[in-house]
Write a protein that binds this ligand. Structure first.
Ligand code: SFD
Ligand code: AMP
Length: 666
């Protein structure tokens, strides 16, 4: 098809607003909020400007929008080396241990701040009984930082009343930005409902970030940000694969559907090196409502079995040990999935979580009032973070203390902060013993592009940060960004690309829609038009390609060289067709760009799976042509980079180095 251009004949030209800042925080999720809090503390006395931009409203943006029921990373009384061992083990042996260690030594401070800011944290009373966050507060128990004992669900997780978690953390971030606005005399430094589409590189300096561009999803305005240092904190990628729920249920997923791989796409396009992009997260979740299982396994002590009542992890423990030792001790997240998937493939489903038995067992030692409280906790676990699951239970007349519920491994998500590690290769802190010199290039969490920092889901090779760790990592990056700005105080950003051309490109889908909509008689609602593709249809195509060729649910997470090559060919055509995306309004323009970003994240994922000739993460994905783990050849990082000039990908192996010793044999 003929290449379309945008001369603004069919769409009104947007107003272009230029914003100059020292630090730009792209994304106000957990990482961005942490960065704002920390960066402003250091930036204010130095008169450095801090600006935040988010596609949504910071109060409820990102993965924590609905709240959470647990903080999954709190080191507390544990040994930091053990945390590194746990992350390494769960991610099948390959992690950047300098990043994980660095995170671990800072994360508790973020949790202490959350409590100080008002987040109710469950505590143990003097007799060792659990109190929820409100009870604990009413009883005047000590804060965590003053020696209060949290209610641990697992070794690393603590329970919270977390419906307002993001609102609390977001409010503090916004307050910090306010102080910076006052200190620097800026008129505005928080841009909400502005969707960033691209990072902009510097005209005079190779491999140097100079700014970012985005558009308002509410007004006809484009924002051009010029910055010295930029934080990419724009989260993971959801709805890249066909979800299990389609039609009316398609908006339902475990991770937030509004995190669309922007961070991966924008960083990759700017030429930042990525690592372990083959990794993905396939969480085992309550079927259809996607309610998380952690609290049920760890706190309520529920058991999951196959449809025959057999504990599938126990059943396959020997086989898994034979094939995957030493990674089976303890059995990590993907291997637990693997055991369930064998049962499902053998026709021994459904997988069942025995909520009823667990609650009945707990109730045995409780009085009436305590039982009522237990029931409330079971519902609140979901009301606090996955409301849809509570809705589904109610709709299906499920009382969790009376009947069990089905579990199901979900469609794959790309992320680097939960039990996954897909993301960018970043500089470490530089002070961790044994870390190779080349793992640190001056500024903590800076990517391989000068001035471009990363935090949260987009950082690779250091999973299991979760919400608290993402906040702490944002703080680490925010502080390093201030140091970077002070060291590069003379820098003046100059863009390589023309802003006019970028604005035209950004609005092209609206021009295309305006130009061709009359071809159909009902242009507002018709998806099919030979001149363009609507974002929804493009998304269906992307999901189908990923599902069928790159190991989605329909192939039971299996793929191979030939499938991947075919999938990549189809992705190429899809990318070509994305130049014909059409948007009838700003909301659809957002959908166009989100899906364009998803294609980039998808491509990185497929290329990495193709490169790694083994099945490193059984239960997340399988290479049918390379089953099993091949430590001799593949116990390494896989790093990739796109040449921003030519768009070519280069993927290579990078040595893995273990920094924390394995525990001495018992
Ligand atoms: O139960 C743009 N998470 C859990 N963490 C925990 O600590 N405990 C839990 O209980 C956890 N569980 C859980 C979790 C998430 C979800 C959705 C559920 C359950 C249902 C994980 C954490 O939430 C996660 O680790 C962090 O939030 C990651 O932080 P970060 O900052 O990397 O991502 P973000 O918070 O999603 O923020 C991203 C921001 O970027 C914005 N954005 N802005 C401008 N332009 C663009 N192009 C943009 N693209 C994105 C977003 O709006 C957002 O603000 S459980 O399962 O284990
Ligand atoms: P989830 O709710 O599944 O996201 O899990 C929350 C936390 O609990 C994460 O840290 C998981 O790794 C951990 N977790 C979940 N299920 C189990 C399990 N069966 N055994 C050990 N840890 C688990």
């Amino acid at each position: 098809m003929e290449q379309e251009t945008n001369e603004f004949r069919f769409v009104e030209k947007p107003e272009v607003v230029e914003v100059e800042t020292d630090l730009l925080l792209m994304g106000g999720g957990m990482a961005g909020a942490g960065a704002a809090f920390e960066a402003c503390r250091w930036a204010n006395p130095k008169n450095l400007k801090v600006v935040m931009v988010d596609k949504a409203a910071v109060e409820r943006s990102g993965a924590v929008a609905q709240g959470l029921s647990a903080i999954n990373t709190y080191i507390g009384e544990n040994d930091l080396d053990d945390y590194v061992r746990y992350v390494r083990g769960d991610l099948m042996g390959i992690t950047r241990e300098d990043l994980v260690y660095d995170l671990g030594r800072h994360v508790d401070d973020s949790v202490h701040l959350f409590e100080e800011w008002g987040l109710p944290i469950w505590k143990k009373d003097d007799e060792g009984h659990s109190m929820d966050g409100h009870q604990a507060r009413d009883a005047g128990t000590a804060l965590l930082k003053d020696g209060g004992t949290p209610v641990r669900s697992g070794k690393w997780q603590i329970m919270i009343n977390g419906e307002s978690y993001k609102a609390i953390v977001g409010e503090v971030a916004k307050k910090a930005l306010e102080t910076n606005k006052e200190a620097t005399g800026m008129e505005e430094n928080l841009y909400e409902r502005v969707f960033c589409t691209r990072l902009l590189l510097d005209a005079n300096e190779e491999n140097r970030v100079a700014g970012a561009i985005g558009f308002s999803v509410r007004e006809n305005k484009v924002y051009v940000f010029k910055a010295n240092a930029i934080l990419n904190g724009s989260g993971g990628a959801v709805n890249v694969f066909r979800p299990r729920s389609v039609g009316e249920g398609m908006g339902r997923a475990w991770f937030p559907v509004w995190n669309s791989g922007s961070g991966y796409a924008m960083g990759a396009q700017a030429g930042a090196e990525m690592t372990l992009m083959e990794n993905r997260f396939v969480p085992m979740r309550f079927k259809d409502g996607y309610g998380p299982v952690g609290a049920w396994f760890l706190f309520f002590k529920a058991k999951a079995t196959n449809g025959l009542g057999e504990d599938y992890c126990e059943k396959h423990a020997d086989m898994i040990h034979e094939e995957f030792a030493p990674y089976d001790n303890p059995m990590g997240t993907c291997l637990r999935n693997h055991a369930a998937m064998i049962e499902m493939a053998d026709g021994n489903g459904p997988i069942i979580m025995h909520t009823d038995k667990a609650m009945q067992a707990l109730a045995e030692s409780m009085d009436e009032k305590q039982i009522k409280h237990l029931e409330a906790e079971a519902w609140e676990d979901f009301l606090d973070m996955t409301i849809a699951q509570a809705g589904l239970w109610a709709a299906e007349n499920v009382e969790p203390d009376k009947v069990p519920s089905e579990l199901m491994p979900s469609e794959p998500y790309l992320l680097g902060s939960h039990a996954g590690c897909a993301g960018f290769w970043v500089s470490g802190p530089g002070d961790i013993e044994g870390a190779p010199d080349e793992w640190s290039w001056g500024y903590n969490r800076m990517s391989t592009v000068k001035g471009l920092f990363m935090a949260g889901d987009v950082v690779g090779a250091s999973g299991h940060k979760f919400s608290s760790g993402s906040h702490a990592e944002g703080r680490i990056a925010g502080k390093a960004m201030v140091a970077f700005c002070l060291d590069n105080a003379d820098y003046t950003p100059t863009f390589k690309e023309s802003v006019d051309e970028l604005v035209a490109e950004m609005y092209l889908p609206m021009e295309i829609h305006g130009k061709h909509k009359a071809y159909t008689t009902a242009p507002e609602n018709i998806d099919v038009n030979p001149n363009y593709i609507r974002p929804r249809m493009l998304q269906f195509r992307l999901m189908k390609i990923m599902d069928e060729y790159v190991g989605g649910v329909s192939t039971q997470y299996k793929t191979s060289k030939s499938l991947l090559e075919e999938g990549l060919r189809k992705l190429d055509v899809l990318k070509e067709d994305s130049k014909h995306l059409a948007a009838q309004d700003l909301h659809e323009l957002l959908r166009c760009w989100e899906n364009y970003h998803r294609i980039w994240a998808a491509e990185a994922h497929a290329r990495h799976i193709l490169f790694r000739e083994e099945s490193r993460y059984p239960g997340y994905y399988y290479r049918g042509d390379f089953p099993g783990i091949d430590d001799e050849n593949w116990k390494c990082f896989t790093n990739s980079k796109v040449n921003p000039e030519t768009g070519e990908w280069d993927v290579k192996k990078v040595d893995y180095v273990q920094l924390v010793a394995a525990p001495a044999p018992a």
